[in-house]
Design a protein around this ligand. Structure first.
Ligand code: GLY
Length: 291
């Protein structure tokens, strides 16, 4: 990997985007991309770029993560997030958390520690002890007239030193059972990163992504084929159990690609020498081939 071969892609969830909200999704993805891109352009680490991009998505009430998370059947917000460092295979995750403004940053604080995944009150206590930003759960709730909320947000980044990282964050599914945990905080299901293969972040129906360990399948395919073909293979396998998904990928050569079987999937991406672009549908992304 050359010294200038950074790349970054973010997503804002694989679901139907209500008419009139497409621009908000593109804009939000571009703002998050810019937060991560600034770190990569300055020579910073992929793991820091992923955390900053996902924080921006968590802050934006357009997206179902952090501020703007959907409500479960009990009328409560419960968020999941995870981040993975492809240099070390360190991974940190939190699940079913109600009082964290930025679940991705608490997940990042776990990267250098032994537990991979903390849930509920235990995760919130860890956040309180390690500088995590606690909030009133009511502060995360936003009115969504006519908008059922999209799915997970995520980011994959490759830095100038060849390090790859991936992250996910979600408010789960509207009306889901209290305590339900989806794919987002589970490595191999909602995300994975390995410097010798690539990085992936997924969105979609969590139970389907868990049953198929779709992130792990995507990573295995990436060992043998380019990102676009690996994404298609993953979506074909997903059809075995059904369900919607959106997938973003960067491989070790800095090839960026994405795909989905949902109606829409908000994405923005950029690479060294290529401008930032945002889309809500893969078919709108005119550049079919990423050399
Ligand atoms: N993909 C997010 C979830 O199912 O929780």
């Amino acid at each position: 990997m050359s010294e200038t071969g950074w790349a970054i892609i973010v997503h804002g969830g694989a679901k139907d985007i209500p008419p009139g909200l497409e621009d908000a999704h593109r804009r939000g993805c571009l703002l998050a991309l810019a937060a991560g891109q600034a770190i990569l352009e300055a020579g910073g680490a992929a793991i820091a770029a992923v955390e900053m991009a996902v924080r921006a998505l968590e802050e934006d009430p357009t997206f179902n993560a952090g501020h703007g998370a959907v409500l479960n059947a009990a009328g409560e917000v419960e968020c999941d997030a995870a981040i993975m460092d492809g240099a070390t295979l360190a991974v940190g995750g939190v699940a079913a958390v109600k009082t964290l403004r930025h679940p991705i940053s608490v997940a990042a604080a776990l990267l250098s520690r032994t537990p991979v995944l903390l849930v509920g009150a235990g995760a919130e206590a860890f956040a309180g002890a390690h500088g995590g930003e606690l909030c009133d759960p009511a502060d995360l709730i936003v009115a969504r007239p006519g908008d059922p909320g999209c799915d997970t947000v995520g980011c994959v980044a490759l830095d100038r030193h060849g390090n790859i990282a991936a992250g996910t964050s979600t408010g789960g599914l509207t009306g889901c059972h209290s305590g339900r945990v989806g794919d987002s905080p589970l490595p191999g299901c909602g995300l994975y990163a390995d410097n010798v293969v690539g990085g992936v972040s997924l969105s979609g129906d969590g139970e389907s992504l868990i049953r198929t360990t779709l992130a792990a399948r995507l990573m295995h395919s990436l060992e043998a084929m380019p990102p676009g073909a690996a994404i298609q293979a993953a979506l074909t396998y997903l059809a075995r159990v059904g369900g919607e998904a959106g997938l973003i990928v960067i491989d070790t050569e800095g090839r960026v690609d994405w795909g989905h079987n949902s109606a829409q999937f908000a994405v923005a991406h950029a690479r060294a020498g290529q401008p930032a672009r945002a889309f809500v549908n893969r078919a709108q992304d005119a550049q079919e081939d990423y050399p």
